[in-house]
Design a protein around this ligand. Structure first.
Ligand SMILES: [Zn+2]
Length: 246
């Protein structure tokens, strides 16, 4: 497939998305011309915001009336965060971000089903968010439930069953390479990385955004004790010159 066709496909997708969401293409264009962060700039903002959170030096940005008035006209969030619904993992606080900064999807176990996938496609395709961060966390109850199912045969009722089943492959993978308490941590990592791979390879839209538009999809872990967010791919911090920011 040539560049022209790919480009048009992406544009069509965005126009279709804009129409579906009741947005004018002008509004989408406005958002694009607005803050327009790159993935690198977005990563820097997240890392710096998290460092402020960890050290208790939060700025609580973008809470002014002026910013609200600006945002009423359109949004251009610099990152999409897929995080667990766990009450201890609130993305805006963890990254010391304000309204308009983050496009947040929260679901137990930070998994991505069809609705979450559509939300990510909208944020990347229409709002031009350059970065998608899938954030697992220490002691995740959803992953813990999948582990219990695998090791003790625990059965969960209702929709929890389906959620647990979608995380179970990560537990099975983790059990092959970790032991004892390490299995839960390994499963949390595997789950976040699995979701990243699925999102980054998803067709016909996000795979193109990653390949051709510099969009990055990354996995990270939130530590409940320290409040620190760490990228599972250790090269990320180094490649983006972020390891000296702490
Ligand atoms: Zn969780």
């Amino acid at each position: 497939m040539g560049m022209f066709k790919t480009c048009c496909l992406l544009t069509s997708a965005v126009v279709a998305l804009s129409a579906t969401m009741g947005l004018s293409t002008a509004a989408a264009g406005e958002a694009k011309a607005g803050e327009g962060s790159t993935a690198h700039q977005a990563l820097k903002k997240l890392v710096k915001g998290n460092a402020r959170f960890v050290s208790g030096q939060m700025k609580h940005p973008n809470l002014s009336a002026e910013r609200r008035a600006e945002l009423a006209k359109g949004q251009s969030p610099y990152a999409v965060i897929v995080s667990c619904s766990d009450s201890r993992v609130p993305p805006e606080q963890v990254f010391d971000a304000g309204p308009g900064d983050l496009f947040v999807i929260r679901v137990a176990g930070n998994i991505v089903g069809d609705d979450a996938q559509a939300s990510i496609e909208y944020a990347v395709g229409v709002l031009n968010s350059p970065l998608v961060l899938v954030m697992g966390h220490e002691n995740c109850g959803a992953v813990g439930a999948a582990l219990k199912t695998e090791t003790e045969g625990t059965a969960f009722p209702g929709a929890i069953h389906d959620l647990v089943e979608s995380i179970r492959p990560s537990v099975q993978s983790a059990m092959k390479r970790a032991e004892g308490d390490g299995v839960l941590e390994a499963a949390i990592q595997d789950n976040a990385e699995r979701v990243v791979a699925e999102v980054a390879d998803s067709k016909p839209f996000l795979d193109q955004a990653v390949a051709e538009k510099g969009v990055k999809v990354l996995a990270a872990r939130y530590d409940l004790d320290s409040g620190k967010v760490t990228f599972y791919d250790h090269h990320v911090a180094h490649d983006h010159g972020l390891d000296h920011d702490h």
